[in-house]
Design a protein around this ligand. Structure first.
Ligand SMILES: *Cc1c(COP(=O)(O)O)cnc(C)c1O
Length: 453
């Protein structure tokens, strides 16, 4: 039975205060515009992280690039910098116009983190970064590395032997486990991944094949994280990657911004007062989309507007941000089951750290039905020949929601953007998919196909 009280308040009273909650509880697709959205300078007050931290993270990844190029040969052509392509998806835009039966002005681009090398998802950003930072900290502390050396030297039996005395632990719905597991195992760490019930079998199999210990749970993400945290605490040589609170993960993600800026410039796409940027990011616990959005805000300030996209069954950031209670409330508190085919987004309680950091910087959140993610998956495959996992499609309807809904239009009006619609660049962040085995991708595709009939 659903508890009718949440934080000592009746759900009916919550709904009175936040009427949209009624639609959210009814699992309807919802768009929430953040009433606290502020000018950049105001939004940044009381935030301890700055561009200096982002640059520090970027430099660290640069230091590791020669090592990455050596141990993951597929990254050699990018000199060990793991970055994803960005592409125009004009055909998909036409498909969206057909679906909503309206003209959609502006550019639509897809940022293909689905095709990040080595681990095939957005987690290759934060996950790799956090493991590398931990390895660097240990190696510097024990004087087996200095910061001006060529980090290729980390690829040695002696150093793997050293790291094998230490363990790395993480809780995950799948993709974070993949990224943390792959990078930790490569460096020589002992690594344990606590997987929630949502995690797909092939992700567990892949990790086990790399010598990673995978512990499975029948409950959701929050439980997997809690157990991981507990296990790690008991061992002083163990390092817990805290997806719910980690500043390192967040900073690893934030490096995406300066790299995206270079890509946009090379495509002659401007971001300025007259050419705003709208970004739609699929959100689970919030670290990935949050870090990227934060990096973009530091760079483009009031000219970038970002929205988080979640499944209708897991709208944790939406509820946490709207109520201002962040990690004090879960979707389950409101009777929502957190069961979704978008496994990367199957999180019932958002990161409090991310929610609070972005409290005045985030433009809003919206939710998408699982069936629509499947349909878009199939449309994306047919129209653009790009194959994504269901989670990665959540960003796609963002452009439609902003340009065609009452709430979206109101947002454009308040921000004086109504006469700039043609100049807006919309980026949907595609967060995963290239590592999905073919037979499973076929299942996804066929599911979407049958729903479209
Ligand atoms: C993890 C993940 C996300 C969201 O990242 P969070 O940091 O959990 O918010 C989005 N898409 C995919 C495919 C993911 O694996």
């Amino acid at each position: 039975m659903i508890n009718s009280m949440v934080l000592n308040k009746e759900i009916s009273n919550w709904i009175e205060e936040y009427p949209l909650l009624k639609n959210i509880i009814a699992l309807e697709e919802s768009l929430w515009i953040n009433p606290k959205y502020s000018k950049f300078n105001v939004g940044m007050e009381n935030i301890s992280l700055s561009m200096t931290d982002v640059k520090d993270a970027e430099e660290r990844l640069n230091r590791f690039a020669p090592y990455i190029a050596k141990v993951f040969p597929e990254t050699q052509i990018d000199n060990g910098i793991i970055e994803s392509p960005i592409v125009r998806i004009d055909n998909m835009k036409v498909e969206l116009e057909k679906i909503c039966n309206e003209n959609l002005p502006g550019n639509l681009l897809l940022k293909c983190d689905s095709h990040l090398k080595v681990s095939g998802s957005i987690k290759a950003r934060g996950g790799f970064y956090e493991v590398l930072k931990h390895a660097e900290d240990l190696a510097l502390e024990h004087n087996i590395l200095n910061i001006n050396e060529d980090y290729k030297k980390l690829d040695s039996d002696e150093i793997r032997q050293f790291f094998s005395k230490y363990s790395v632990v993480v809780g995950s719905t799948g993709n974070l486990g993949l990224s943390i597991g792959i990078m930790s195992a490569k460096l020589g760490f002992k690594v344990t991944v606590h997987m929630s019930a949502d995690a797909r079998q092939w992700k567990k199999d892949l990790l086990r094949s790399k010598g990673v210990e995978v512990i499975e749970y029948e409950s959701d993400y929050s439980k997997a994280v809690e157990e991981g945290r507990k296990q790690s605490k008991a061992d002083s040589n163990s390092y817990f990657v805290d997806d719910e609170n980690s500043k390192n993960l967040f900073l690893g993600y934030s490096v995406a911004a300066s790299r995206l800026d270079k890509q946009l410039k090379s495509m002659s796409i401007k971001v300025d007062d007259n050419n705003p940027l709208f970004v739609y990011l699929p959100c689970g616990v919030g670290g990935g989309p949050g870090g990227i959005a934060f990096g973009l805000k530091l760079l483009y300030k009031d000219n970038v507007h970002f929205f988080f996209a979640e499944p209708t069954h897991s709208p944790c950031m939406l509820i946490g941000s709207m109520t201002g209670e962040h990690d004090k409330v879960s979707v389950q508190d409101f009777g929502i089951d957190n069961i979704t085919a978008a496994d990367g987004l199957a999180v019932g309680r958002a990161s409090g750290f991310v929610g609070k950091t972005l409290e005045k910087l985030m433009s809003g959140c919206y939710s998408v039905e699982d069936e629509n993610m499947y349909k878009l998956l199939t449309k994306m495959a047919d129209s653009e020949k790009i194959f994504l996992e269901p989670s990665a499609l959540a960003g796609i309807p963002g452009i439609v929601k902003i340009l065609t809904s009452k709430e979206g239009k109101e947002y454009l009006k308040i921000n004086n953007l109504e006469d700039k619609l043609k100049n807006i660049t919309h980026i949907a962040w595609a967060t995963g998919g290239s590592m999905v085995p073919e037979n499973i991708m076929d299942e996804y595709y066929n599911k979407g196909l049958s729903l479209l009939k």
